[in-house]
Design a protein around this ligand. Structure first.
Ligand code: HEC
Ligand code: HEC
Length: 407
């Protein structure tokens, strides 16, 4: 009787173990289960969409985009993606399998710890190819309407085809990318979960772009000490930082005319005449995009959110520190424009003659724009099984060589 019971129990146990191994094989689907909730700063609608929510939406303005006062509204953000699409995009963003030789992910050049930039004057693509421009931050790209320093892309989806398919960046092709992702079971399942309406079994090209755009749009930074001040908490800034804010907003310095709060960009283009590193060719910027000589040397006005984290600065990475960057504006209108160039500088680029004290206060103020509390979780492992890129190590070596060259 007893032995029968033991055999029975053992049988039951065996069945349970058998079933368990069946439903959860080594490459467990659970390992990459996609989030069913939105990232912080978003609310989930009954239609399973994540909508961005912040205090700036409570300040209405006639223009809908605000005119730069502390309680200005923000422009409309790109949102409405599902939690699953955002989470899938997060894995794709960090997965080096997206590049031809599996060496580079988006995050190699847009590293979370460096304000989603790479710490280099100019980025380094596949096979250590040195590119010509500095990697911009991707915080708050949900609010932008043009992309790249020269504004040559008008959506996130269009933008990402640049790095993915450029031969000197990630160097893949749409065909190779689709074949690679369709060959990874975990991704096939995740895409099905994120795009449940699709008919066939295979991952589609547009789904890749949608997922990455969904993740990028979730990178919202509006919770800095500056924001707390703007929402009415007067002690959020020190008196020195406040002095900096007042210089920033003054019509002498004119920073806020272009770097307009709360986004700290008015999303326009300006010719301001920043220098290239010695020996580099002049960068025509937006002249090429718009085929318009009056826009020669024009660049998109970058947001200054998390600027403390994203050195070196400007499209060329020419300035290693924030102080040198701010000093540029007080060294005289057009002082860095090459002799043979006749640029039409923006009228807000002027001769503010800021004192050293004011420059220091501006730097103090810029550091209050750091707000990383909505930092996404960096995956420990990615569905391809590849190591997360070791580009940061490569970057620091390259940094060293560049510094040696400069000194
Ligand atoms: C090799 C480094 C590198 C890789 C890899 C890379 N980027 Fe970039 N990214 C850059 C550089 C450099 C620029 C600016 C180029 C320009 O303006 O001409 C840029 C620009 C951008 C911008 C525009 C931001 C703005 O304010 O205009 C976005 C968005 C972006 N990248 C997202 C991505 C995504 C998504 C991926 C992965 C599919 C990716 N990047 C891969 C270096 C890289
Ligand atoms: C006429 C518009 C305009 C005004 C005024 C202006 N900027 Fe800028 N700012 C730009 C543009 C355009 C760039 C990018 C230029 C480039 O890359 O060559 C830039 C770049 C910067 C950067 C580097 C951003 C990065 O991501 O590398 C900082 C910091 C900055 N500005 C701070 C200031 C401060 C401080 C002031 C006031 C003293 C100011 N700006 C006034 C248009 C302006």
């Amino acid at each position: 009787m007893k032995s029968k019971m033991i055999t029975g129990l053992l049988f039951l146990l065996g069945t349970i173990i058998f079933l368990f191994t069946k439903v959860s094989p080594a490459n467990t689907p659970q390992l990459f289960a996609l989030a069913s909730y939105c990232p912080p700063g978003f609310v989930l609608t009954p239609q399973n969409q994540c909508l961005s929510r912040n205090l700036y939406q409570m300040y209405s303005s006639l223009q809908k985009s605000g005119v730069g006062g502390l309680k200005s509204a923000l422009p409309k953000a790109r949102d409405g993606f599902t939690p699953q699409q955002i989470d899938l995009g997060r894995y794709l963003f960090f997965d080096p399998v997206l590049s031809k030789d599996a060496s580079l992910s988006c995050a190699s050049c847009h590293q979370p710890a460096r304000g989603f930039t790479d710490g280099l004057p100019v980025s380094v693509g596949i096979n250590h190819t040195v590119l010509t421009r500095s990697a911009p931050s991707v915080w708050n790209v949900a609010y932008l309407k043009s992309f790249f320093w020269d504004a040559r892309a008008s959506s996130l989806e269009e933008q990402m085809k640049g790095p993915l398919y450029a031969e000197d960046e990630m160097a893949t092709t749409p065909g190779l990318l689709l074949a690679t992702l369709n060959g990874i079971d975990a991704y096939k399942q995740m895409f099905e979960e994120a795009f449940p309406m699709r008919k066939g079994p295979d991952i589609l090209e547009n789904e890749i772009y949608t997922a990455i755009a969904a993740f990028e749009s979730s990178l919202i930074s509006l919770n800095s000490r500056y924001d707390r001040y703007a929402h009415g908490y007067k002690d959020a800034l020190t008196s020195k930082e406040l002095e900096g804010l007042n210089v920033f907003r003054s019509f002498v310095a004119r920073c806020a005319e272009c770097h307009t709060p709360p986004l700290f960009t008015n999303r326009q283009i300006a010719v301001i005449g920043t220098p290239e590193p010695p020996g580099n060719e002049f960068d025509a910027g937006t002249e090429k995009t718009y085929n318009d000589p009056t826009m020669r040397g024009g660049f998109k006005i970058p947001s200054l959110r998390n600027i403390e984290k994203t050195a070196p600065y400007m499209h060329s990475g020419r300035f290693p520190t924030l102080r040198e960057t701010v000093e540029f504006y007080t060294k005289g209108r057009g002082h860095a424009v090459p002799k043979n160039e006749k640029l039409i500088l923006h009228w807000h680029i002027w001769e503010p003659q800021l004192s050293d004290y004011e420059v220091d206060r501006l730097v103090d103020f810029l550091k209050t724009l750091t707000g990383e509390s909505f930092m996404p979780q960096i995956p420990d492992i990615v569905p391809s099984g590849l190591q997360l890129s070791n580009q940061s190590k490569v970057n620091s070596e390259i940094n060293q060589t560049n510094n040696e060259k400069r000194n």
